[in-house]
Ligand binder design. Sequence first.
Ligand code: FE
Ligand code: FE
Ligand code: MG
Length: 171
Amino acid sequence: MAKRGNSIIKGLEIDEIIKVLNRAYADEWLAYYQYFIEAKVIKGIMKDAAIAELNQHATDELRHANMVADRILQLGGTPLLNPKDWFTHTNCGYEEPKSFDVVSILKDSIKGEECAISTYSAIADMTRDKDIVTYDLVSEILADEVEHEEDLQALYEDITEFVTDIKSSLS
Ligand code: FE
Ligand code: FE
Ligand code: MG
């Protein structure tokens, strides 16, 4: 535990920060697995572009899990030790792919990113001017989540537009 490092935290209970970071940690692992498995099962038009994006996001979510775990340890906490705890601590849950169609998979993933953005934005609000290190960390992750949402949304729009064009050229 970083003694002097933690002494600079003002006006926030360290246990409370650890608690919210562990919830985010659960989210990151579930997001990682969601992208991992989506990239495996996805089917349909322009799926190669989607697979590249999903795999890149999986890598990012795992990196986020690493960053959050390291911060929890610095604060003197313990990252969740059992995957069962991911489901009881998660903010954003897990969106099991019900349909493997590219459009449906992208919709599920966009929902996840929207939730991640809300979650990190709330932690940034909570830690601003109080725990600078956690604030910087969640701001960095938040920027990635905003990029994720944008990438998925752009891909979703390209694909749905392409499908509309094909349909109108056939009619
Ligand atoms: Fe993430
Ligand atoms: Fe993300
Ligand atoms: Mg991306």
